[in-house]
Design a protein around this ligand. Structure first.
Ligand SMILES: [Zn+2]
Length: 332
């Protein structure tokens, strides 16, 4: 079992991000961006449901916790979805109107325990359609390790004033960025945020730390500590490119305490992708970016052990695996 001191723990594991130590080659030239890295394929699954005056088509990489789902509503009379509603698991999904229907994106909660969730939709003036969507069980990895807290106690380990100020500012910047929410920017296919695909720490991985300290020569057990990885870590040496996954507005491009240099894209309709630990920004706050546009460079800023890209994705307040968006093609 690995022994880690409290100081190392605080620095390295606050976000439970982990990456192998990496060499640091200089800037990589940026070639024209292809949607997905070479030899990387994304499965696409569809489910279709018939309802009164309509058909609802669902698309996902997998129908499982932590995955994004595209919901496309086709009206039989070929009219736009002026006043239609879609609900997944009782939660209303904002619908973008199309000439003969509409669409929305939902996230299946990573902590969802049910394997059958309710799907409801309704067109103006017609009956509510109700169906059951079967989803797979969550199978996120769990890692165990041991922490020896030695003579330290957590209570006495306070952050410096400078760090506290930075934390407070970071919190305010994020709060302001999420306060403004755009109408839809999304369209077409999503782009992989890197030009190569290697996951160094998977989405929603749980790390359980069995903790103890040695007091008067006796090993004293402490309450285990659990940390959930609320994003996907992708390999990215210092200076390698990071791309926007789809069109959106740069809601934030700032240096934050944990996230380091952080770019947050508001894709509209409460769909956000965030790119952490960057060494450099290639965009400015407020700018509108296209899918596949260079937005920054990988780095090791913020609370990290080595250079990598931490991809953070949130759909209507639900944190999902951003890579699941790659299975979706948004109607334009
Ligand atoms: Zn991470």
């Amino acid at each position: 079992m690995q022994k880690i001191t409290l100081t190392t723990f605080l620095i390295a594991f606050v976000f439970a991000c982990s990456s192998a130590q990496q060499a640091e080659p200089k800037q990589t030239p940026v070639k024209s961006k292809s949607r997905l890295p070479a030899n990387y394929k994304v499965p696409v699954k569809n489910k279709s449901f018939e309802g009164e005056g309509s058909r609802l088509i669902l698309t996902a990489r997998r129908f499982a916790p932590g995955e994004a789902v595209l919901l496309q509503l086709e009206s039989r009379d070929g009219k736009p979805c002026a006043d239609c509603t879609i609900k997944l698991n009782g939660k209303e999904i904002p619908v973008v109107t199309l000439p003969s229907g509409g669409w929305g994106i939902a996230g299946i909660d990573p902590d969802e325990k049910k394997t059958e969730i309710e799907l409801q939709w309704q067109l103006e003036g017609l009956a509510v359609n109700s169906q059951i969507l079967k989803i797979a069980n969550a199978d996120f990895p769990v890692y165990h390790s041991t922490l020896n807290l030695g003579k330290y106690s957590e209570a006495g380990h306070e952050k410096k004033k400078e760090s506290q100020d930075h934390l407070k500012l970071s919190w305010e910047l994020k709060k302001n960025a999420y306060a403004q929410s755009d109408a839809n920017h999304l369209g077409g296919s999503f782009f992989h945020p890197r030009d190569q695909h290697k996951i160094t720490s998977p989405f929603w991985a749980k790390r359980v730390y069995a903790r103890y300290r040695v007091k008067d020569g006796k090993k004293e057990k402490l309450k285990p500590l659990e940390r959930i990885h609320r994003g996907t870590d992708l390999r990215g040496f210092e200076g390698t490119p990071v791309y926007a996954m789809n069109k959106g507005r740069i809601a934030l491009a700032a240096n934050l305490y944990y996230e380091g240099n952080f770019v947050l894209i508001d894709h509209g309709n409460k769909v956000y992708t965030g790119y952490m630990h960057l060494s450099r920004f290639e965009v400015q706050q407020g700018e509108i970016v296209e899918a596949g546009q260079l937005i920054g460079r990988c780095g090791s800023t913020g609370v990290v052990t080595a250079a990598h890209l931490h991809l953070f994705t949130m759909v209507h307040g639900v944190v999902i695996d951003g890579l699941s968006l790659l299975a979706l093609t948004v109607p334009e």
